[in-house]
Design a protein around this ligand. Structure first.
Ligand code: GLN
Length: 260
């Protein structure tokens, strides 16, 4: 059994669990089964081989995690055990080493991604939007038996709700002062890969991006972060892609896979 947790302190937990179950159907194998669980305590976290940190509100999530004694176990899960972790929206904020100062002041983070995020990049809740994103990594999923990816299969409906973006990729070791313990993501020696960029369509020129665009998906070793919410669509492709990596990590013995 490969146990995948969703951090269930606050935010879009059920939506991730539903899409994970649907995604698992696409990679069924007699070699293993999946268990998907809600994580609220350190012992529950310890049973997980991989974890999703959902969207919601990162300041609240950090306060609750601190109160439940989960912040340090989460840091250990991400940065010492190097288990696969994916944060969406507020989850991306939690996985950043730094978050730009906000009016709420500093906040505790888990870290793991050597990036600084800018929270609420696109404004408040009412400024929420959906945009077609080009995500080249989806080609791997989309390819048919002959290995050909059909045109358009790398585009994905990105749902942005008070979304953060990656403002800067920072030097390893340049981590948050806000008590990340070891002070750095280090990313297991890996560097930050940009997996997705959002370019605002210019007026009258749909699809043609403006400027360099905002970084909205990154990966560093075992840690994935997305600004948008795939769990609020019925598109399983990113969940399938991520679960395949979880399985791959298990195959390479990076994970302790319990049970039979
Ligand atoms: N703005 C929120 C934060 O900074 C994230 C919003 C979301 O997860 N939809 O935590």
């Amino acid at each position: 059994t490969i146990t995948v947790g969703v951090l269930a302190l606050q935010g879009g937990v059920v939506e991730h669990l539903n899409l994970l179950r649907k995604a698992a159907g696409h990679i069924a194998s007699p070699a293993f089964t999946f268990a998907f669980v809600e994580v609220r305590t350190a012992p529950q976290l310890a049973q997980c081989n991989a974890l999703i940190i959902p969207g919601g509100e990162s300041t609240t999530m950090a306060i609750v995690a601190r109160r439940l004694g989960l912040l340090d176990p989460l840091r250990e899960f991400v940065k010492i055990q190097h288990k696969p972790v994916w944060g969406t929206c507020a989850g991306l904020v939690m996985l950043a080493e730094q978050a730009s100062a906000t009016k709420q002041g500093g906040q505790e983070l888990i870290g793991g991604l050597d990036v600084r995020v800018l929270r609420n990049r696109y404004g408040s809740q009412v400024q929420s939007f959906v945009a077609e994103l080009e995500l080249p990594f989806l080609d791997a999923n989309a390819s048919n038996a002959k290995g050909e990816a059909a045109a358009g299969e790398r585009t994905f409906r990105g749902v942005f709700i008070r979304a953060p973006v990656v403002e800067e990729i920072i030097a390893p070791g340049d981590g948050s002062e806000k008590g990340n313990g070891d002070g750095a993501g280090k990313g297991g020696g890996r560097s930050v890969e940009v997996l997705g960029v959002y370019r605002k369509a210019e007026e009258g020129k749909p699809g043609e991006g403006e400027g360099e665009g905002d970084i909205v998906a990154v990966r560093q070793g075992n840690v994935l972060g997305t600004s948008f919410h795939p769990e609020l669509t019925d598109d399983v492709r990113i969940h399938v892609w991520w679960l395949r990596q979880v399985v791959e990590a298990a195959r390479h013995g990076d994970l302790v896979v319990g049970g039979a």
